[in-house]
Ligand binder design. Structure first.
Ligand code: SF4
Ligand code: SF3
Length: 548
């Protein structure tokens, strides 16, 4: 195995013996092989598309394959093997699609090599053996680590975008052009000859496409569940039976809410599901009781203490403790061996039964309320007031402090930074990194809360729209706003968002807690030179540099 796709990678260079996340070498190799075959699927699908031949099963498969390999999604060898066999079938289907399209247009089909020509062996051991041949390390030995790192920067960005595309698909939103983007880029990555300049340009283009993907998901979320609105939510449990829902999938939560109505079970959000509590069509359910716990990396302790059932709808799952292994469930693409998986029918009966069997909370915990729901619609509705406050000198600066969270000690930087921001500044936040400070009291500026929670990681789209609206109101561009981005990254969704921000030409972003292992120094130097992308230092130093 060789995996260096997330921030917690071993020694800051790569997991080679076992994943720090709990990923076994076998799973890692199977995942690399899945990406390899999926490139083959896309090679044919891309060619077919050029001849106007499209197949929605093939499109969706590549998106799901990419999503499956994101950090903390799938740890189950059996499910990986099933997906590999499906990949092999999809490749044949895509080949046929291409050949038929050629026949129709009177062309001779090209003979595609590389991943398109790969034949999957029958048994798992051989699959693992083949996976070892297509790890990033194996490729790097031939092409050098700078090119390798850039190629993986694009691949990891695609993985993140795929998660968002899949969420949009689940909600009935599909855009053929977006599937075309995945195929084009996967086909591109199947090549062997790259230049650094071309890869950098392609990475920016991937960032551009990711904006379209996040926009599609934003449209799906807001058209179905309404625009998030400022909402006071309880972050401590109440007496009664309970289910906690983690991950990112709004529809899973909705379906569970429907299936638990009138059953005397309270539903809690966890991690990235917190923003769901602000969507009108979700918060209307009376038994959606509030949020339980914090970000994903605390789940083992939090789920251990939770006296009910747990539903993981996507990443990030960690190895379940024995104490809750029989009351944790997965659905969608997230999977852990031995954990009951709820299939696409979405019958949550086993989850409900486990919740009813568990003791539930014996009493109400002391009440603690926070306010969430400051996505683009809400913030833009007060843009005029915000502009006036800035002009009157009452708001000095805006900070966007957010991104993925993780367990490394260096992440206290974000808590310290947020608490050290002066009282005449506003903090926008999003994604699970916000748990570092979202339960602290920041106060208000003339009725506007100093801490504005924009939502999940994909709501980076919402944050970008807010920044653009502010720029418009000030008759300037985003880089001229009194706005600084302090980003935390962990997994591949943060990578696609970073690529989007770089594509938009956002300058002076600070990234931490450590820089990605796959962004090698020469590449970082280019980004630093062009857009002044920086690594975080200390909260004191960075604040001083920003505010002068
Ligand atoms: Fe290591 Fe991260 Fe890969 Fe897991 S996802 S194996 S922790 S680099
Ligand atoms: Fe967090 Fe896993 Fe990425 Fe959606 S839940 S941000 S790390």
């Amino acid at each position: 195995m060789y995996c260096y796709q997330c921030e917690q990678t071993a020694k800051g260079t790569g997991c080679t013996a076992f994943g720090v996340c709990g990923k076994s070498p076998e799973i890692s190799d199977l995942q690399d092989l899945l990406i390899h075959i999926s490139k083959g699927v896309s090679m044919y699908a891309h060619k077919a598309r050029e001849l106007d031949a499209i197949d929605s099963d093939i499109d969706l498969f590549v998106v799901k394959a990419l999503f499956t390999t994101i950090t903390n999604v799938n740890f189950d060898e059996e499910r990986m093997e099933t997906m590999l066999k499906e990949a092999s079938r999809m490749k044949e289907k895509a080949k046929l699609l291409y050949e038929k399209a050629c026949e129709k247009s009177g062309k001779n089909p090209e003979n595609l090599g590389g991943p398109a020509a790969y034949a999957l062996p029958d048994n798992r051991d051989d699959m693992i053996r083949d996976g070892e041949k297509v790890t990033p390390e194996a490729w790097s030995q031939k092409h050098g680590e700078v090119v390798q790192g850039l190629r993986d920067l694009i691949l990891f960005g695609l993985k993140g975008s795929a998660a968002y595309a899949d969420h949009a698909h689940v909600l009935g939103m599909d855009d053929p052009a977006i599937y075309g983007f995945f195929h084009e880029f996967m086909a591109y990555l199947s090549g062997e000859n790259f230049t650094v300049d071309d890869l950098v340009a392609k990475a920016m283009e991937a960032g551009k496409w990711n904006i379209s993907v996040m926009e599609l998901l934003d449209k799906a979320n807001t058209s179905i569940y309404g625009h998030p609105e400022p909402t006071k939510v309880r972050v401590t449990p109440v007496k009664g039976k309970a289910i906690v829902v983690s991950g990112h999938d709004l529809q899973d939560l909705e379906l569970l809410l429907k299936q638990t109505e009138g059953k005397g079970i309270n539903i809690y959000t966890h991690g990235e599901m917190l923003p769901c509590l602000a969507y009108p069509e979700l918060k209307k359910y009376k038994h959606l009781a509030g949020n339980y716990g914090g970000a994903w990396q605390d789940q083992r302790e939090e789920f251990d203490r939770f006296p009910g059932a747990i539903l993981m709808t996507t990443n990030c799952i960690q190895k379940p403790k024995d104490s809750y292994k029989d009351r944790i469930f997965t659905t969608g693409l997230v999977a852990w061996p031995g954990v009951t998986h709820i299939d696409e029918e979405k019958d949550f009966t086993p989850v409900i039964e486990a919740a009813l069997k568990a003791p539930g909370f014996a009493e109400d915990a002391p009440e603690h309320i926070i306010t969430i729901g400051f996505a683009r619609n809400t913030v833009m509705s007060v843009a005029g007031k915000v502009v006036d406050l800035v002009k009157a000198g009452k708001i000095r600066h805006f900070f966007l402090i957010g991104g993925c969270d993780g367990a490394k000690p260096g992440r206290s930087y974000y808590t310290d930074f947020a608490t050290m921001t002066p009282k005449d500044t506003i903090i926008l936040t999003l994604a699970c990194g916000k748990y570092r400070f979202n339960k602290l009291e920041f106060g208000e500026i003339e009725g506007i809360p100093r801490l504005l929670d924009v939502g999940q990681c994909n709501d980076a789209y919402s944050a970008v729209r807010i920044a653009m609206a502010l720029a418009e109101a000030f008759n300037t561009d985003v880089n001229s706003l009194p706005l600084s981005l302090i980003l935390s990254w962990y997994e591949q969704k943060a990578v696609c968002i970073l690529l989007s921000l770089l594509y938009l030409g956002i300058k002076n972003m600070r990234l931490g807690p450590t820089l990605p292992a796959f962004v090698k120094q020469p590449v970082f130097d280019v980004l630093h030179e062009k857009l002044n992308l920086m690594a975080i230092t200390t909260p004191e130093e960075d604040l001083r540099a920003i505010l002068g």
